[in-house]
Design a protein around this ligand. Structure first.
Ligand code: PLP
Length: 385
């Protein structure tokens, strides 16, 4: 059976050209970038070039890019680093209830340490109103953190407006761009972004490497303490192959982004409309148009997301759900609850995310298999009368 991967929001396969670009940095070019001999200089040159390319991609300066171990570290660094550097100015942070756990759990940690957090609600499509962000800002606010696009429901947030408000109010603006970096154009200057998080494995790069953009002049408390790597902001020997792979993934994205976006939004719409028209009592989660070009998220009444995933997996189809039963928790996705879904509909969600290797045949195959899976599960469901 040919497997169908529709979980690109969880991670993407590493592009073969990315693997080729990384390989020499595991073998001949293995030097430590901090060493002054030729091996070290070769590695240092590679990360400098990677930094230049990634900075150019978002309209930033090279010295504004700090490499990290991924999106989670970038988010934690942004929030804790700004919070601790500005605690004398204020202790208030504004965010939304639909951020990734890399943000919400870090904000929970800061709350336990005395910071005051306001979560500005989102509407039924998962969109935040920038005016509500403005109203939430007080003279104690030091930071606003609003994600660029949501990883579960795909809704794209109005970050240009939020950035403008934050700049006017003199408050730092962080955006988690893990789901959009390499998929949509981003210009940190035009969008008034002060801090941005990205992760390589969401754009056909390797896992375990990411970056944070920190606008020049912003004071931030380092997250890791140790050597002087990354201009003293992030200690630890750099992941040279990972950074080289990340830059290669960005170079590929630069060339293919527009074309891929057009292809994926066509496939996404076909999948979305196909599911909603073929399956009774199903609903779309997230914004109908302002959404990631690869994201389909639906709730299908009377059945559990997890059972759907297991059945689909038996048919060779890999997706994801907002139901967290598998992790031992009965709590459904905080994102689906925040957009107003009841527990039952939140537990019956299915996320299918497409990517570079998705074909129309695969979409057709899912549209054929999914309604059958749903019918079988509904026949057994105690929820369906
Ligand atoms: N933020 C968002 C929106 C994400 O989707 C993810 C990963 O799923 C992360 C942060 C965490 O990134 P990483 O896996 O690189 O730590």
């Amino acid at each position: 059976m040919k497997k169908i991967y529709m979980d690109y929001a969880a991670t993407t396969p590493t592009h073969p050209e990315v693997i080729d670009a990384m390989k020499p940095y595991f073998s001949d070019k293995f030097g430590n970038p901090s060493s002054i001999h030729s091996f070290g200089r070769e590695a240092k040159k590679a990360i400098d070039e990677a930094r230049d390319n990634i900075a150019g991609f978002i309209g930033a300066r090279s010295d504004e890019i700090i490499f990290t171990s991924g999106g989670t570290e970038a988010d934690n660094f942004a929030l804790e680093g700004i919070a601790y550097a500005n605690e004398k100015k204020g202790n208030h942070i504004v965010s939304t209830p639909i951020e990734h756990h890399a943000v919400t759990n870090c904000l929970g940690f800061l709350k336990r340490r005395g910071f005051d957090i306001t979560y500005v609600p989102v509407d039924g499509t998962g969109s935040v109103d920038p005016e509500d962000i403005r109203k939430a800002i007080t003279d104690k606010t030091i930071l606003v953190s609003v994600m660029h696009a949501n990883n579960e429901i795909g809704t794209i947030e109005p970050i240009a407006e939020v950035g403008k408000i934050c700049r006017e109010k003199g408050v730092y603006f962080h955006t988690d761009a893990v789901q959009t970096f390499g998929h949509m154009p981003i210009d940190v200057r035009k969008l008034n972004i002060d801090l941005l998080s990205a992760s390589a494995h969401k754009l056909y790069g390797p896992k375990g490497v990411g970056m944070i953009y920190i606008r020049k002049g912003i004071k931030i408390v380092p997250y890791l303490h140790g050597g002087e790597q990354e201009a003293g902001k992030r200690a630890s020997t750099e992941n040279v192959p990972g950074i080289v792979g990340f830059a290669k993934a960005v170079e590929i994205a630069k060339g293919e982004m527009g074309q891929l976006d057009a292809k994926l939004s066509g496939l996404r719409d076909k999948l979305m409309k196909g599911i909603l028209s073929r399956i009774e009592d199903s609903r779309l989660n997230g914004h109908p148009t302002k959404r990631l070009s690869n994201n389909v998220n639906v709730s299908i009444s009377y059945i559990e997301g997890e059972s759907m995933l297991l059945r689909l997996d038996m048919e060779g189809i890999a997706g994801s759900t907002g139901s967290a039963c598998s992790s031992g928790s009965l709590e459904p996705s905080h994102v689906l609850l925040a957009i107003g879904l009841g527990h039952e509909m939140a537990h019956s969600s299915l996320r299918l995310t497409l990517g570079g290797w998705t074909t129309e045949e695969e979409v057709d195959q899912v549209l054929e298999v999914l309604p059958k899976v749903v019918n079988k599960l509904r026949e057994m469901s105690p929820l369906k009368r």
